[in-house]
Design a binder for this molecule. Structure first.
Ligand code: SF4
Length: 354
């Protein structure tokens, strides 16, 4: 991914880019870098569905509007039948992947998850299960009194393919202690991903910005995932989005101004430049809207993520943008790129250009 003139950005240089470089220059620099890595000007997307198998969670992150406690009227755990119906609907529109995540249920142990993954994989072997964030995996291990590595291996043996990067937020414990005090710390998040990679389970890295973090803490976050990527090469993509505040405790406790589109694009461009060992960077059109999502393709993103047949987590906090496959193709073409449908591993499945 590196050309001979390429020089890795230092943290100081990244900070200078965030704080002192014009948006236009950032766009040009990120686009040049993207062009080096993706010279065919292909923008990909995946047709998938988020399935949140439960909304019951004990972690109580202050930025989250999705979770419920078991006693709440609208708390749920999906049955196999519910899940099958959702996958059937996904297959009808040509979907290939489920992003399968829940809250962190306080009582479900490894056997429950093994049965669930086994059921899905046996019935739908053609569907890729991209599921279980690091905090779910870590807690299954604690509750089941087994190691994180054993959880990963046992779920992989039943059909788990890769794990999403959710739960990273900002990988700085001072920030985490305020926005999600019960959540796993930075070291633990990184360790789950390291162990996944070492066991041949790829993952993605994410970042949620726009709460209380500083620019330096954002760069610290990037530094940690860049280092792990150097070590394992196991991250397939980086995805970042801004805090969505509606119905969250954090927004009740603190005044947090909404993040501008300008800020999103600025950070995305610097991420493309700093994360020099990441092949793929997704645009978060779900939180930014379809037009800024499209603009992100000029700020380093090479992938529009998912058509997102169903989304429950950021929509609970106010982000209700929607886009279907045809709209995505149109937006990608409109900005001068070549649209293509991909699978979870970023293999091209179908091209929508000559
Ligand atoms: S972000 Fe995840 S871990 Fe945190 S409260 Fe929401 S569902 Fe639970």
């Amino acid at each position: 991914m590196k050309n001979k003139n390429f020089k890795r950005l230092t943290n100081e240089e990244a900070l200078d880019l965030i704080q002192n470089t014009s948006l236009l220059d950032l766009s040009l620099m990120a686009s040049e870098r993207k062009q080096e890595i993706h010279p065919e000007k292909i923008t990909t997307f995946v047709v998938d569905r988020n399935i949140n198998y439960t909304n019951i969670c004990w972690v109580d992150c202050k930025f989250c509007a999705f979770y419920r406690h078991a006693k709440d009227d609208d708390a749920y755990v999906l049955t196999h039948k519910d899940i099958d119906q959702k996958i059937d609907e996904l297959l009808e529109i040509g979907g290939t992947q489920i992003l399968f995540q829940g809250g962190v249920h306080p009582k479900l142990k490894i056997e429950w998850y093994e049965e669930l993954v086994d059921h899905i994989h046996t019935k739908y072997p053609q569907v890729t299960i991209h599921g279980f964030s690091s905090i779910e995996i870590d807690f299954i291990a604690k509750l089941s009194k087994i190691s994180v590595e054993e959880v990963l291996i046992r779920l992989k043996n039943k059909g788990l393919s890769s794990i999403p990067g959710a739960g990273a937020e900002i990988l700085n414990d001072k920030v985490r202690d305020i926005i999600a005090p019960k959540k796993m710390d930075t070291k633990e998040w990184l360790e789950v991903h390291r162990l996944a990679h070492l066991n041949d389970i790829k993952s993605t890295a994410t970042m949620m910005f726009g709460t209380i973090e500083t620019d330096k803490q954002i760069i610290e976050h990037w530094e940690k995932i860049r280092e792990l990527q150097d070590e394992t090469g196991g991250f397939r993509a980086f995805i970042m989005w801004s805090f969505q505040s509606a119905h969250t405790k954090l927004a009740e406790e603190l005044y947090i101004p909404p993040q501008s589109s300008n800020r999103y694009l600025r950070l995305l461009a610097v991420a493309r430049l700093y994360l020099d060992n990441f092949q793929n960077i997704q645009s978060s059109w779900v939180t930014q809207g379809s037009y800024i999502g499209q603009m992100a393709l000029k700020f380093g993103a090479n992938d529009l993520g998912s058509t997102m047949m169903e989304e429950n987590v950021v929509s609970a906090a106010g982000a209700t943008n929607r886009m279907n496959q045809n709209e995505m193709i149109k937006l990608i073409k409109d900005i001068g790129e070549n649209p293509a449908k991909r699978d979870t591993a970023y293999n091209i499945l179908e091209k929508y250009y000559e």
